[in-house]
Design a protein around this ligand. Sequence first.
Ligand SMILES: [Zn+2]
Length: 137
Amino acid sequence: MKYEELLDRALKQMPEKQENSGERFEIPRAQSRIEGNKTFLENFSQIVSTLRRDSVHLLKFLSRELAAPAQVDERRLIFVGKIGAERISQKIEAYAREFVICRECGKPDTEFVKKQRFLFVHCLACGAEHSVRAKIV
Ligand SMILES: [Zn+2]
């Protein structure tokens, strides 16, 4: 058997979860704790790297959606106010659906493309492009 055939067979025999990493993408969930009048999102930098988006962009979105001032402290995000982990997770999911996941194929392999004043999410998997709001205010 040729090497290519062996490789092909090996790939087919792999467990399903390794076949297509894009489909197995899971939106990260918030790991947070409340201390006093503040909420610490401990896995913020991990969320940023999973979503592959700018940390400031995500910070602005969460701060606005949760109506809580926020700032980055090393690898975590600190909100002023008491916010439950479930609420933060919902907003992370909303962010991923609006700014990360391709609306055509559902894959997370996307990048931002700026055209004049408009912002698009460009899918590296299927090539689709859709516009998103350029500013989070
Ligand atoms: Zn796509």
